[in-house]
Design a protein around this ligand. Structure first.
Ligand SMILES: *[C@@H]1O[C@H](CO)[C@@H](O)[C@H](O)[C@H]1NC(C)=O
Ligand SMILES: *[C@@H]1O[C@H](CO)[C@@H](O)[C@H](O)[C@H]1NC(C)=O
Length: 362
């Protein structure tokens, strides 16, 4: 008993309790890959099922508004820096000062403002108007409650980590859903990248110094993409992972344009540390070697869905009648056809923090 107690006490003391926190706060902007509740709090009209189980069944044991079974990349990043999980901006009560950071991400959000989706077919698809610039506006509004004088703000924000993205994926998704092909999608890449770089510049003007800017995931490996764009032509699939080559090439195209733009920004703002987060590369590790990463259920088939070759059925999406979740989401990379499982997000976060998928590293 004594030995047990001693053991228990020794291990309750955090190893690095003597060292100061690396960051005071994390501020996050993005879409469903990092939304910890804003979309649900805003009503989630386009996707109410995220407000009920099986969403949230892992770890939290209840739905939180995260589009996954459990934690997201941003949750694992907060854990790694010993900060609390970021509260969603829309959950803050008046006068609350979340000194350790806030999450502004909204599921379905786009990098470009809603005016870019005015065409009726596109407009009806748009889940939210809370584009990246709207989220930055929320940050500016909140800033005065976080710090007061310019010097106070500069000191505080210098010690904060800013995550800008992943964002932009939905700008392309909406266009793809109305039937645009990969060649047509490429036309919007410069605009999307420009919206992201504008947001970064605005944050730097506000006092941000360390910024992480994630690229897009290998969308050609997602169950929704594999289902909607399945092809009878074997040559359309990558023999190394079974994914759709054209859509992964498109994700890489966006990522390369984004990396080029970040390089230009670094020259413009030499005092800032602008870090590219390679979500694509970190995720590709498990698409190439699923079993090595524990994904014995597979990486291309969704854990939760209503049938079909990749368990994605638009009329029986995860959470709707006719769908069901797999027994053990930790053995699947894909959660609901569109989003990844906690296990997959954990693996990507580990790739960022320990695996060399941040350039430059933190
Ligand atoms: C977006 O804004 C328009 C008004 O500009 C509004 O009619 C629409 O309902 C909003 N959409 C969402 C999803 O909030
Ligand atoms: C998709 O879901 C609908 C509605 O539940 C069902 O009728 C249909 O059989 C499903 N399709 C497949 C391929 O499982």
């Amino acid at each position: 008993m004594k030995i047990f107690l001693l053991f228990a006490f020794c291990c309750l003391v955090p190893v690095s309790s003597a060292s100061p926190r690396r960051y005071e706060a994390i501020f996050n902007f993005g879409d469903s890959l990092s939304d910890t509740g804003n979309f649900l709090l805003s009503g989630a009209l386009a996707y109410p099922v995220i407000g009920k189980l099986p969403y949230g069944e892992t770890f939290f044991k209840h739905p939180t508004g995260r589009c996954s079974d459990g934690r997201l990349i941003i949750d694992f990043v907060a854990e790694a820096f010993r900060l609390p999980y970021l509260p969603p901006y829309l959950a803050l009560s008046k006068g609350q000062t979340p000194r350790h950071g806030v999450n502004f991400a909204v599921s379905g959000a786009t990098a470009l403002d809603k005016e870019f989706f005015n065409e009726p077919k596109l407009r009806s698809l748009l889940w939210t108007n809370a584009s990246l610039s709207v989220q930055i506006g929320w940050f500016k509004k909140l800033k005065s409650s976080l710090c007061t004088t310019k010097q106070d703000c500069d000191n505080y924000l210098k010690k904060s980590l800013f995550f800008v993205g992943e964002i932009g994926g939905n700008d392309y998704n909406y266009h793809a859903f109305v039937g645009e092909n990969v060649v047509q999608l490429k036309a919007s890449v410069p605009l999307v990248v420009e919206a992201i770089t504008k947001a970064i510049s605005m944050l730097i003007e506000e006092g941000a110094v360390e910024l992480v800017v994630p690229g897009n995931l290998p969308v050609g490996c997602s169950a929704v993409c594999m289902t909607l764009f399945q092809s009878p032509n074997k040559a359309d699939y990558d023999s190394r992972n079974g994914c759709l080559k054209a859509y992964n090439a498109f994700a890489k195209y966006h990522n390369n344009k984004l990396k080029d733009a970040l390089q230009t920004l670094r020259l413009k703002h030499p005092h800032a540390k602008i870090i590219y987060a390679d979500y694509y590369g970190a995720a590709m590790r498990f698409f190439h070697a699923p079993k090595t990463y524990g994904f014995t259920g597979g990486t291309l088939t969704a854990c939760c869905g209503g049938g079909g070759p990749y368990n994605f059925n638009y009329s029986a999406r995860c959470g709707h009648t006719g769908s069901k979740a797999c027994g053990d989401p930790s053995t699947y990379a894909n959660w609901d056809g569109i989003h990844l499982t906690e296990a997959a997000y954990r693996s990507i976060a580990d790739g960022l923090i320990n695996g060399g998928f941040l350039t430059p590293s933190l």
